[in-house]
Design a protein around this ligand. Structure first.
Ligand code: UDP
Length: 356
């Protein structure tokens, strides 16, 4: 069996890769490497347990830090693993700082790099994720895209179309594989908010909290706010408090959270994965951001993009609550199988040439 490495950066990577890893294990000697960027039990280990993913052979223990610290630490630690294992190829997913570190270390050693979730673009250059994904896509030898428009983005940036594949969105299989149990009779809204653009600028975080307070005043419906350590720290730093009606709760396991997404009357989020899950479940959802790389969901009418304007946020919430969302059907099927087939086929004759 060919030896490969599958890299896991943060929480959503464990979730998205959970079904893919099980398939890859059948065809490859698949070594798992977790960056250690997320290290609390409820941001890391709980997802391995709940989704039946085996514990990685390596944990690089990079923890939190500035952008440069995280990426640099990861590159130094991952290079050691690469030199020791000399894998046939390396798989990275997404656009977080760990994904970037994994990708640079791999590419610098001329080891073939596969990027899952390639070609997404928000066109917002101030987002750290946009910078990361663009660099990773351009380093990758194989770019696996969720949708045709993501492949088109890459071609527009000059990448060779023969290095880009459309595979569908692996989150679909994950959502379908999980049975949820959460039940609550009283209606509620569900919020996640921890992206840098929303938490690292006091103004934006304050606008969001004021809006949530007004939404509660208007609707009198409980708002459950998943409070990530980063958002909590920033609120303390800025001296911001939760308005009345907003109920902060700690990060949940996937089974619990997916159940909440199903039951909520409205989900308000800045997460990339949460909007996709709501679209699959048919739950009303709004994106609290200025830009999104999930433009397909706006165009299909299953998500609303609010911007940072208070009135527009309230209007968006009314709109999202008033319409019935049909579950989307454009994410493909048998996605992890497709990924395996593409990797098996190409790994026999890998793109080791220099030509781009
Ligand atoms: N999630 C979870 N528990 C929570 C909040 C989110 O299991 O309390 C899951 C959610 O279902 C989704 C993923 O975590 O699959 C989203 O993670 P995040 O928002 O951190 O990352 P992004 O999607 O923005 O990359």
């Amino acid at each position: 069996m060919k030896k490969i490495i599958t890299c896991i950066g943060i929480r959503p990577d464990i979730i998205r890769l959970s079904q893919i890893i099980k398939k890859l294990d059948k065809y490859f000697e698949n070594i798992l490497v977790d960056s250690g960027q997320h290290y609390d039990y409820n941001l890391n280990k709980i997802f391995y347990d709940q989704l039946g993913v085996r514990i990685p052979e390596y944990n690089l223990d990079i923890k939190s830090g500035t952008h440069a610290t995280q990426v640099a630490r990861l590159m130094i630690e991952f290079e050691k693993v690469l030199l020791h294992l000399n894998p046939e190829f390396v798989i990275v997913l997404g656009d977080n700082n760990s994904s970037l570190g994994f990708a640079i270390a791999t590419s610098k050693l001329n080891i073939p790099l596969v990027h899952i979730e390639a070609g997404m673009r928000s066109k917002n250059w101030f987002m750290p994720e946009e910078k990361n994904r663009k660099i990773i896509d351009h380093l990758a030898d194989m770019n696996l895209c969720y949708l045709p428009e993501h492949k088109e983005n890459l071609i527009r940036e000059g990448l060779n179309p023969r290095r880009c594949w459309v595979i569908g969105n692996p989150i679909l299989e994950v959502v379908n594989a999980v049975e949820t149990t959460f039940k609550q009779d009283k209606p509620f809204y569900l919020v996640t908010c921890h992206r840098a653009e929303n938490t690292e600028m006091k103004e934006n975080l304050e606008t969001i909290l004021i809006f949530l307070g007004e939404l509660y005043e208007r609707k009198n419906v409980e708002i459950k706010f998943i409070l990530m350590p980063k958002t909590k720290n920033m609120m303390e730093k800025y001296g911001l408090k939760f308005p009345k009606g907003i109920n902060p709760i700690p990060p949940q396991g996937f089974i619990e959270f997916l159940g909440m997404e199903k039951e909520a009357q409205l989900v308000l989020t800045d997460s990339g994965t949460v909007v996709e899950e709501c679209a699959i479940l048919g739950t009303s959802c709004m994106t609290i951001r200025e830009s999104t790389e999930r433009i397909d969901l706006i165009e299909l009418g299953v998500n609303v993009l609010t911007g940072m304007d208070n009135n527009q946020m309230l209007d968006s919430a009314e709109l999202a609550l008033s319409r019935k969302v049909e579950p989307v059907s454009h994410y493909g099927k048998n996605i992890s199988n497709k990924i395996c087939n593409i990797l098996i086929g190409n790994s026999l004759n890998f793109y080791k040439n220099y030509e781009r």
